[in-house]
Write a protein that binds this ligand. Structure first.
Ligand code: CDP
Length: 224
């Protein structure tokens, strides 16, 4: 079974996806983190995204690994642990541009489909229910107000030692949503059959409980 979770930036997708996967005993894949990993490497290697040959050579040697230990998912790029580095704002500022490149998306989508091959999986991102797994058994589209999303991002950045004002973060989030929703390849949009959940006024516990109930109902329905 695939549970697809999409939605705009910092809407609570990853937090709920991770806990939901744990409750269900499913694998979890944060595809946003994958695009952040490739963005980190593009910045480090100073790749010119308009140079096709340079980009293809870069992708040939680009290796991404995921290690799940306890509650933490760690991401490695060419054997370097980049888990904390990819959450920083220099990455958030470039990731939409990098993830709009078709060759990069094709590369990532292959990995994502392979990861979930014949396994139960919760996957979150922007195009999981629309492009990666259009036949996913359960699809959620998670939203929250701009202010609440910026507050969540602010707390996350503070835990990494970075300070940003709320208004700066609101601007950054809106800019990224706008770019993600208007790109030509796999834009962020709600699948017609996705269940929308507004997490503005929900605690993490409440949102996970709500989602878990919906998935369990589906599992029971499948058994009948
Ligand atoms: O954590 P947050 O919701 O802010 O973002 P993320 O899930 O880490 O995703 C970072 C960026 O990667 C997004 O803004 C998209 O540009 C891109 N992304 C994508 O294009 N497709 C996905 N399936 C997941 C992320």
């Amino acid at each position: 079974m695939i549970v697809a979770i999409d939605g705009p930036a910092a809407s609570g997708k990853s937090t709920s996806a991770k806990l939901l996967a744990k409750e269900l005993g499913f694998l979890y894949l944060d595809t946003g983190a994958m695009y952040r990993c490739v963005s980190w490497a593009v910045i480090k290697d100073e790749i010119d995204l308009s140079n096709d040959r340079q980009l293809l050579n870069f992708l040939k040697i680009f290796k991404i690994d995921l290690k799940n230990t306890g509650n933490r998912s760690s991401f490695y790029v060419n054997n370097k642990d980049v888990t904390d580095l990819i959450r920083k704002s220099n990455i958030s500022q470039r990731v939409s541009e990098v993830s709009a490149i078709p060759d990069i998306r094709d590369f990532m989508v292959d990995i994502q489909r392979n990861y979930a091959k014949s396994k139960n999986c919760v996957m979150d991102g922007r195009d999981i229910g629309t492009v990666v797994f259009p036949k996913a058994e359960v699809k959620f589209f998670i939203i929250a107000s701009d202010e609440v999303r910026a507050k969540r991002r602010k707390l996350e950045l503070e835990s990494l030692g970075e300070k940003k004002s709320l208004s700066e973060l609101i601007d950054e989030i809106r800019r990224r949503d706008d770019f993600d929703s208007n790109r030509g390849h796999s834009p962020l949009k709600k699948a017609f059959d996705a269940i929308e959940i507004d997490t503005t006024d929900l605690s993490i516990d409440e949102q996970v409980k709500l989602m878990l109930g919906i998935v369990k109902q589906k599992i029971i329905g499948n058994k009948k």
